[in-house]
Every structure is written in structure tokens, then in C-alpha cells.
Write a protein that binds this ligand. Sequence first.
Ligand SMILES: CC(C)(COP(=O)(O)OP(=O)(O)OC[C@H]1O[C@@H](n2cnc3c(N)ncnc32)[C@H](O)[C@@H]1OP(=O)(O)O)[C@@H](O)C(=O)NCCC(=O)NCCS
Length: 267
Amino acid sequence: MTHSASSRDIIATCWITQDCYHYHPQVWSIGVFVHPLYRSRGLGSLLYQHIHDLATLHPPVQFRKRLREDQIDGQTFYFLRRKKFVEARRLQESVLDISLIKGERFPSLPHSLRLFPYNSLPDPQPQREQKYFSLLQALMPDIPLLPPRPLLSFNDFQRYRLPLLNLACTVIAYDISTSEYVGLCELRKTVDPTKVTMGVTGVILSYRRQGIATAMKITAIHLAHKNQIEQIWTTNDRSNMAILRLNVSLGFKPTHTLIDFVASPVT
Ligand SMILES: CC(C)(COP(=O)(O)OP(=O)(O)OC[C@H]1O[C@@H](n2cnc3c(N)ncnc32)[C@H](O)[C@@H]1OP(=O)(O)O)[C@@H](O)C(=O)NCCC(=O)NCCS
């Protein structure tokens, strides 16, 4: 897009998507963008109405918009307020530049514990996928997420969420005395093969504070390095002190504050 919009330029756009990672059939992520020269003429409202019309396929219970705090100007804020969006939570985005890691101290883990990349887990399919899904479901209530909580069936997990993961670098903590999966640290692919995002990291309650999350993250970082990945990005709820402290100790550097806004659709 150019600064002086000509008759052939796109002057405004809107989009509506769903989050496969934390899927809920009635929660929609939306975006509206109007070229600066064409603002304050009602185009944004027109597109927002279009989004409402498109969403009638699965009657939405919530619209969400995530914005970087430093990119919210007066006009954006005014638009959000007029459409009755309210701030729901703040997130910390951070990045780890893998070339700068200095070799973190690997914690000594409980005797029966082993760490595996997802692709090398000892269980064959379909048990591997089922055990992974069960662990994820068990961890979900402990992860700070916006209501309504995600509704992910095993079928949706296989079709939509699993393909997002880098399975060579996603790490599972496996207890060989019970054959149970007790922790996971997910790395997600991005469009850029040198970058991944760190998704859910979680350990089941009875195994926490034994260094397992630290060990899984260090292993995931080393696997990423071996797979020519240069940067790991992550986004965490600003209230989740446990994961924020852990990430800082591993060398993640804060980049931006993100804000999730939510609105109920107008009926
Ligand atoms: C966050 C979580 C993964 C940590 O797992 P863990 O195996 O207990 O973590 P570790 O034992 O490796 O702890 C490493 C460091 O993290 C920090 N930490 C972990 N749990 C903490 C807590 N409850 N409060 C404050 N700091 C905490 C500490 O700095 C800790 O080091 P220390 O034990 O030397 O003080 C675990 O609490 C969890 O599964 N939480 C629910 C899921 C979640 O919120 N995940 C993050 C968003 S995806």
C-alpha cells in the first residue's frame, strides 16, 4: 500500500479467523484496517458490520482482538470503545535469540523421569496422540486463558492443533515407572523456518517444582538449535509469574506488551 492511495489501491480490509490452537467454535478473532487517508469516514464500521454478518455461521459469543500496546493510537482506542471492546488481559511477548544462549545448568531430575522429543516417544500411534491429548486436557484448567475456555475435541486436536507443532522439537516428560506423560513443552511452527513460538509448557501438579519445566525448555531450545532455528518467541499472561521468571532465567528478553480486547456481538 502506498501513502497516496490511488483508485487501484486497497484502502480498507477486515478479517475474521478462529484460533486452532485454543479452539472454541463460537469465539472469533477479528481485524479491521483502514488506510490512514480514508479514516473517519465510516469504512471501519462498515467492515465491522460485515464481520458480524459473516460470523452468523456459528453464532459468536465473543469477538477478540489482540493489539500491541505501543501501536494503539487514539483512533484505534476510540474505535474499540465505540464497538464496546474492553481490555481483558495483558500479555508479555519475549524472544530468545538462540545464538546468544550460554549453556544453562540442567537440573537433576527425578530418577524415573525421561525427556523425549514428541517424534521419538516410545509409544506407537495412536496411543502417543491419545496420551498427549489427555495430558494437554489435564493441564488446560491451570493455564491462564480468557473465558470462555477452549473446547478442543480429540478430532479437532488431531486435525488442527497437532499440525501446528514442530514435533521434532516439542518435548515430553515421561515417567518410565508409570508410562505416563507428566509434562510437555510445545514449539510451534511459524511461516519463517528459522523462527518458532513456544506454546504451552506445563507439568502436572504432583511433579512441579522439581526442575522439569526448566529441563524441558532447555531440551527444546537445544533441539531447536540443532534444527537451524534461530529465534524462539513466546507470549505469556502477565499474571503468570512462574513462567515469566522461568523464561527470564533462560535468557528470554521482553519485547512488547500485548493487550487482548473482547466484545460481545451485538444482537
Ligand atoms: C509453570 C510450570 C510449567 C512450572 O513447572 P515446574 O516444573 O514446576 O518448574 P521448575 O521446577 O522447572 O521451576 C523453575 C523455576 O520457575 C519458577 N517457578 C516455578 N513455579 C513457580 C511458582 N509456583 N511460583 C513462582 N515461581 C515459580 C521458579 O523460578 C523456579 O525456580 P526455583 O524452583 O529454583 O525457584 C508449572 O507451574 C505449570 O505447569 N503451570 C501450569 C501451566 C502454565 O501456566 N504454563 C505456562 C503457560 S503455557
